[in-house]
Design a protein around this ligand. Structure first.
Ligand code: DGL
Length: 272
């Protein structure tokens, strides 16, 4: 059974899974969360690379020829090396940065024209410490846009709080990270939720940022971009009776409980 793989360090990629299953109800998806090793955002890039390729190999056992790294930390730390040095020819792995940046800079897929001026000038980036340190977002943005000032805020502790299901702590952390960002950039025009866990707290981000800030969150953008990709690569479409499988390296009972809480529908994980 061919299926499309959606990978994250933990629960965050479920925001992407939710959007892609809504947009592509006829596809089969395999979700994998490396909950045992989350958060990735405080690890160095070689560790993130090693953990990510182990999970990709596990997803190949489920016949996933196309895998989306629904994790900015893994996309920033490992994707380039995976694509350039490791991936066999018949397999594809895509990340989640590019659709976001294309949307921010109003570009169509594959528009490789030189960077140009765009509408937004002040952008706030909220991401994990390791994504912020990688500067991958600024690098990808610089290929496409000029004159954009990016101020980033490493949201330490937030992924742990979400993974632990501690939403009171998560809310307090969102508010204090938004305050910290606003001290550096008082009036951002746009805010990027650059970690797939953060859309689970999107309402709090929106509330703390205020209504004049456009909030970009990845789930729908990635879903649109995947739909477009499958149009161009129909052989990677799963073409069978749709079926979803959820795999975790963590405790399947706890992970299922949290996933059900976040997605507001019953989700059952199996052990990796
Ligand atoms: N959800 C992931 C991301 O998009 C990783 C979070 C983490 O494990 O630190 O960055």
């Amino acid at each position: 059974m061919m299926a499309i793989g959606i990978f994250d360090s933990g629960l965050g990629g479920l925001t992407v899974l939710d959007a892609v299953t809504k947009k592509m109800p006829a596809e089969s998806f395999v979700y994998m969360g490396d909950n045992l090793h989350a958060p990735y955002g405080v690890r160095d890039s070689s560790k993130v690379y090693d953990l990510t390729i182990k999970c990709i190999e596990r997803m190949w056992d489920e016949d996933c020829d196309l895998i989306i790294l629904a994790c900015n930390t893994a996309s920033a730390a490992a994707l380039k090396k995976i694509q350039e040095e490791w991936l066999p020819k018949n397999k594809r792995v895509l990340g989640v940065f590019v659709p976001l940046i294309e949307s921010l800079t109003k570009r169509n897929w594959g528009d490789n024209s030189p960077p140009r001026e765009v509408d937004v000038q002040n952008v706030a980036l909220f991401a994990t410490p390791s994504t912020v340190a990688s500067r991958a977002f600024q690098r990808e943005l610089a290929f496409r846009a000029i004159g954009v000032d990016v101020e980033s805020q490493a949201c330490g502790g937030l992924v742990d709080a979400i993974e632990d299901g501690d939403l009171i702590l998560a809310e307090a952390l969102v508010r204090s990270h938004v305050d910290a960002l606003k001290r550096k950039m008082p009036q951002p025009q746009a805010a990027i939720l650059g970690c797939t866990h953060y859309p689970l707290m999107e309402e709090i981000f929106r509330d703390a940022l205020g209504k004049n800030v456009a909030v970009y969150s990845q789930a729908n953008l990635v879903a649109e971009s995947l739909l477009d990709y499958l149009d161009r690569h129909p052989n990677l479409s799963s073409n069978n009776k749709p079926k979803n499988i959820f795999i975790t390296t963590g405790d399947p009972v706890i992970v299922s409980m949290r996933a059900t809480q976040f997605l507001k529908r019953s989700v059952e994980f199996i052990s990796a």
